[in-house]
Design a binder for this molecule. Structure first.
Ligand code: 13P
Length: 329
């Protein structure tokens, strides 16, 4: 992932990190990356690893790599709650891990700075020795996703970010700027007082070479919510992160943008509409294909909006062995 982010920084664009937990999602991400010629980050939460028993997930991604050999891909552990979670991901072949030491290992309780530094540093040492990239987190991102999160948001302190990066050696840093995981981010269109993109700018000023990560970056488009509700769903009024704000972040060092909820909404709307319009259909391939197509549309749109589209063929992915040498040097 480090290489993907370095390339993105040199090219001035961002790379979407899309969470996957089943075959249709993996297919949709890779089809979108193929269609748009995009490098891409495939992210996997602990809950998704449990859901797929690790093995299904890893082999699904391996199959996609075989089918689409021209796309630079990083397989990333999202929100590792402990060094052990990160180490097991490395053993499975993940090329990037997030050590989220902003919370203790229950994945819920906010931790203190020294704890965060210690666990993140431990992961950096072992991951870099294996050529694997490390993302840390400072401040806490709001919301709860797949059981992970304190439910509260605590903005990242730019001065503390400098110390954190120096002491841990992370490749990328997830910053808390008021976004949250899930569909219910904001109860009105987010203005500067709730979405603090100036924090991104202040961190980027202090750490211009650091790759910043924006979690909770789904835009929760009204049309996706409306489609769900038009076919019997019950999603309350909600706003996500405007694409222009993400693009502003990309101009100030944001290189990895995490999106999951928008694909979930797209799949749910497609399924609801499908069942409403074809109540006699009971072939899973038919309705899962509808969900897959709807997710592919979202991924394709985000790849264009984040700027990664068209960059897949600009470089050859480095091996973990090469990355190991680079970290050693
Ligand atoms: P969303 O819930 O906004 O899609 O965020 C996903 C995420 O940040 C995964 O880590």
């Amino acid at each position: 992932m480090r290489q993907l982010l370095d390339e993105a920084a040199a090219g001035g664009y961002g790379v979407g990190a899309f969470n996957v937990s089943n075959m249709e999602q993996v297919q949709a991400v890779f089809e979108a990356a193929h269609d748009t010629e995009s490098p891409v980050i495939v992210a996997v939460s602990r809950a998704s690893r449990a859901y797929t028993n690790d093995g299904f997930l890893v082999h699904l991604v391996a199959a996609a790599l075989e089918l689409y050999p021209d796309i630079p891909v990083a397989l990333h552990q999202d929100h590792g709650n402990s060094p052990d979670t990160c180490f097991s991901a490395i053993e499975l072949g993940f090329t990037s891990v997030m050590m989220d030491g902003s919370l203790t290992d229950d994945g819920r309780t906010p931790s203190d700075f020294e704890y965060n530094v210690a666990v993140t540093r431990a992961v950096v040492e072992r991951a870099h020795a294996a050529g694997v990239t490390v993302e840390g987190e400072l401040g806490t991102i709001g919301g709860i996703e797949d059981g992970h999160g304190s439910g509260r948001s605590r903005l990242t302190d730019p001065d503390q970010a400098v110390e954190f990066v120096e002491r841990t050696g992370v490749d990328a840093l997830a910053v808390a700027v008021g976004t949250s995981h899930g569909a219910y981010k904001f109860s009105r269109p987010p203005a500067g007082d709730v979405l603090a993109m100036d924090v991104v700018e202040r961190i980027h000023e202090r750490l211009p070479h650091l790759h910043l990560v924006l979690h909770g970056s789904s835009s929760v488009p009204g049309e996706l919510v409306d489609r769900i509700n038009a076919f019997g769903g019950e999603i309350g009024p909600t706003w996500g992160v405007p694409i222009e704000e993400i693009q502003r972040g990309i101009r100030h060092g944001v290189r990895k943008i995490n999106v999951e909820t928008d694909a979930r909404l797209a799949a749910t709307g497609a399924l609801r509409q499908f069942f409403h319009e074809q109540p006699g259909e009971f072939e899973p391939r038919a309705y899962l294909a509808a969900a897959r197509d709807a997710m592919r549309v979202v991924y394709t749109e985000r790849m264009r909006q984040f700027g990664q589209a068209g960059h897949a063929r600009e470089y050859a992915p480095m091996s973990l062995e090469e990355m190991r040498e680079r970290y050693r040097g």
